[in-house]
Design a protein. Structure first.
Length: 163
């Protein structure tokens, strides 16, 4: 585990790391609601933070909720910017086709991972340097080169950017 970083916080319930080595601190719901099958909702956590410059926090799903109940996060991972001072909210989605999902105040609905992030200085160039992977991606490893398919809307990915 990396060094600890101090994050200023206002919260109804503090996010907590369940175990010493956990990467994510659990976020608790500040609302009671029922997510109907297939429904999504932006759910408050009652948590606002002030991250140090050079850090971001990411709102991630909890695997237990996903596996047991089909609850995921629409925009996973949600990005919390260092300058954001509003309430952290979770865009929950009930992917279960038949079962509604009930959330009570205080339920653990997501986890927050705090990470250092770099700002890139983008340097425009005519050609990128070569690499072992080249332009291969999207399942290309160990398979024949993809055949350009006119039905593929992002065909430019396969044909563009040749070195
Ligand atoms: O799951 C999330 C994602 C974002 N946010 C907050 C913190 C973040 O700093 C802010 C803006 O998020 P983002 O940049 O992803 O939103 P956007 O759709 O690009 O809107 P904006 O124009 O507000 O940046 O919303 C959350 O509370 N939960």
């Amino acid at each position: 585990m990396a060094e600890s970083v101090e994050v200023l916080i206002t919260a109804s319930v503090l996010p907590n790391y369940a175990h010493p080595g956990d990467a994510g601190a659990d976020l608790h719901s500040a609302e009671a609601l029922t997510l109907a099958p297939g429904a999504r909702s932006l759910v408050g956590t009652g948590v606002s933070i002030a991250l140090p410059s050079g850090f971001a926090a990411f709102v991630m799903p909890r695997s237990g909720l996903a596996v047991k109940h089909g609850i995921t996060i629409v925009n996973s991972p949600g990005t919390v910017d260092a300058g954001y001072r509003g309430e952290i909210k979770v865009a929950l989605l009930n992917t279960d086709l038949t079962e509604p999902f009930r959330i009570e105040i205080g339920d653990r609905i997501a986890q927050l991972i705090v990470m250092p992030v770099a700002h890139a200085t983008f340097i425009p160039v005519e050609h990128l340097p070569g690499s072992q992977r080249g332009v291969g991606g999207f399942g290309s490893t160990g398979t024949a080169p993809a055949t350009p398919n006119q039905d593929t809307p992002n065909q430019a990915v396969q044909t563009g950017g040749a070195l």
